[in-house]
Design a protein. Structure first.
Lengths: 460, 460
């Protein structure tokens, strides 16, 4: 039996213990965007440091102005080194009443088709994915006492909140973080049977827009009919963003957008994604994107404008006949290759200012962003990882773009000068960012086995 | 010295004690629309019952399926009886951070021009107003041992929440509530020096509109660009309600609207209300109502459609890149003479249904309403009350319409068969329903004195 086979057999034999460790990690409510959970974020980071130190890695909790960053480094003298990236922070859990099981009490629950799922906030995004790699290293070390490649593991705690403190950390630690290839585990498979390596990600620009009309909330009896209502004003501007053809009407929004080569579009066409298969499970039937674009284009190669949250006036129980003074929208734009986040931020702001009626003012409270990234198709490690995945899953990995954003991938390229292979085992129905987030037990188990194979493949 | 003068002198001498009682009443957070405050509502009712019983009135806390109704009756054998109406419930206090003084810790604070103000939630709407009448009765009873007219006092606890339990209460108690005239104290003066008797009120229809797109919240990376966003959908429909000329585009919305006689419009014209005087203090300059209508028309004789609250998606701290499943709007329409609340509710609902795109559904959760009311101009008590007010304030009372709604006034007419005189001492800058609600000390003091004079006048 080869080392590789013995390690894989150990992964299988130790799966229950691996799950126990993951569950302990999932129980920590490390919601990064809400300051109330700051202690829990640190606790999650420390949990991981302790676990990695137990493997004999040089593990450390690195303080930042925000949540700390976990690093762990092996010093085995291997010929090659990989840098692994993931995040231990998770999304907020509201609306809490829609969770069938408390979000931080992980459970194995059998899905409708008998598939076992790990259900908890962070199970898929990203603690479950992080632990596939950690468990692969653990099995290798247990069986062989070493690893095929040296590893540097970096797991941050602010991915769901813009990763603001990671770029300066990369800058100051770039020598220690040098590696032959970066591996990022925060993406999905094509489907439950088809592994995928993601080579492009949309960028993100988010902003918070506050429209003010009167200098205080008004009684709708006294003032109704005469006084401007910021909820009406904000609605009118938002309504003007998308034309009836789904095109975004903000001047300059599409400046510089790069169209994928026809060959790539043809490959996407062949994947046969339909509105029924993609939108059906979420209760929708009709894509609302630009007329004439395919679903894959709408969700990976075309930019978006989305209102992620909107509020104003009385939103408690019962009725209150108020004309509010203020209305607020949290918006975000998914960006594609060729778009500059600052240009987009300014274009969005100009659009809101231009549509503002008399007596209203607008403020913008956020405006952060990161550009889209595209990883080189001829990175030599791509072929090696692809072959390793094919060995595990019995079919070739598809090479795709993703609609989501992992800002750090762009910084890997810019600061460390290296491409990252984005390999993950999440599925599109994992409900990440939503109530009842899950990670298939098979994603976790075969994910660990996949990393065992990839570590072996990258040694050569 | 006449009885009247001695009573007025006693009002002046006892003002501090009157304020102490009002402050005790104001300290009870009787927010009717939020079930969390149900005990406080009962507590406020009981406080008033105890106070009225102390005056020797037959006072009672009447249970209802909602908050209880206070009644108190004198049995002095007077030739005439008045029914006084007010409410002890108050509006919610959010946004709490905008209050300069805690809303339920009443204080006398000097305003910018040296005018003393009672600052607290409910100071003006309506506990302060209720206590002007109670204190007038107290002074009369103290000085003369009797009242010029018998009084029936009815103070409800659900005015800010639709007064749903008052109509059946009126129906079952109509014999006990019989009186020669009803007096409603929940309105404003024309200005700080000019008393007013209000003879018409706009009605109200309110509804809660829930738009659902996907069957769960979505990750805007995976689904953004393809999946419908209910915040966009709701914004588009709200944006379509008002045309650029301020006209409401809902088919059938203006059906049956009665135009006031030209003579009435001329009287309003003469009051010289300007955008500067009316909107200036709230930081606005331009009326947004229908082109060609005066401010008084916009706010009293023309109907409105207003979004009072809107929310959906992530509204906490930080950013969350979600496409929500659900977006909700609380809306209300102010109605004028000739409009039927049910017809308006159905017209609004039909408009939302007609504008709903594929894949979205809409639910309506409220849809309550009450029509506008107009009190007869030739009610004989109008002249008597008007003369009494002129004696107190040194100038005639103006007879006006109000933009707000007091649903109970319609029920007085329908169930008890009597018109109500709406006389109140609030001012337009009282910030009712808003942070920092206040009631001028003069409103309270001269309000008490006004009721003393009105009680005397109505005896004849």
């Amino acid at each position: 039996m080869s080392d590789l086979d013995r390690v894989l057999a150990t992964v299988d034999a130790d799966l229950d213990a691996s799950l126990e460790r993951l569950f302990a990690f999932l129980r920590i409510p490390s919601i990064s965007t809400d300051r109330a959970y700051a202690d829990n974020c640190r606790q999650a980071g420390q949990w991981l440091v302790d676990d990695l130190a137990g493997l004999g890695l040089g593990a450390k909790l690195n303080d930042t102005p925000g949540h700390p960053i976990v690093t762990a480094t092996s010093s085995l003298g291997a010929a090659r080194r990989v840098l692994f990236y993931g995040h231990y922070d998770v999304q907020p859990v509201d609306p809490l009443n829609l969770w069938e099981n408390p979000p931080f009490e992980p459970k194995i629950i059998e899905g409708p088709n008998g598939v076992k799922r790990i259900v908890a906030r962070g199970s898929s995004d990203d603690k479950g994915q992080v632990m596939t790699f950690v468990e692969a290293c653990r099995a290798y070390l247990k069986v062989t006492g070493t690893l095929p490649v040296d590893v540097t593991i970096m797991v941050e705690g602010e991915e769901e909140n813009g990763s603001g403190n990671l770029p300066p950390f990369l800058e100051t630690h770039k020598n220690e973080l040098k590696a032959d290839v970066a591996l990022v585990c925060d993406t999905s498979m094509w489907d439950a049977k088809t592994p995928a390596i993601t080579v492009s990600l949309r960028g993100l620009m988010h902003d918070e827009i506050v429209v003010t009309c009167a200098n205080r909330d008004l009684h709708s009896g006294y003032y109704g009919g005469a006084a401007a209502n910021p909820l009406h004003v904000l609605s009118k501007i938002i309504a003007a963003v998308h034309g009836p053809d789904g095109h975004i009407a903000i001047p300059g929004f599409y400046d510089g957008v790069v169209e994928p080569p026809d060959a790539v579009k043809a490959q996407w066409e062949a994947l046969g994604m339909t509105a029924e298969s993609f939108l059906g499970p979420i209760g929708l039937s009709q894509p609302i994107g630009e007329t004439g674009r395919s679903l894959i284009e709408m969700t990976t190669s075309r930019p978006t404008f989305e209102v992620n949250g909107l509020w104003g006036g009385y939103i408690g129980e019962g009725a209150k006949t108020v004309i509010p003074s203020i209305a607020t929208a949290k918006i975000s734009c998914r960006l594609v290759a060729g778009q500059d986040p600052i240009h987009i931020r300014d274009a969005v702001r100009a659009f809101f200012r231009a549509h503002l009626p008399t007596d209203c003012s607008v403020e913008f409270l956020a405006g952060d962003g990161s550009p889209a990234v595209a990883v080189s198709h001829d990175n030599p490690n791509l072929a090696k990882a692809s072959a390793a995945l094919a060995d595990e899953w019995g079919k070739p990995a598809v090479v795709i773009g993703a609609g989501g954003s992992i800002p750090i991938v762009g910084h890997f390229k810019k600061t460390l000068g290296q491409d990252a292979l984005m390999i993950g085992f999440a599925l599109d129905d994992d409900r990440i960012h939503s109530p009842n987030e899950k990670y298939d037990l098979a994603s976790f188990h075969k994910g660990i086995r996949s990393w065992v194979r990839i570590l072996a493949a990258l040694a050569n």
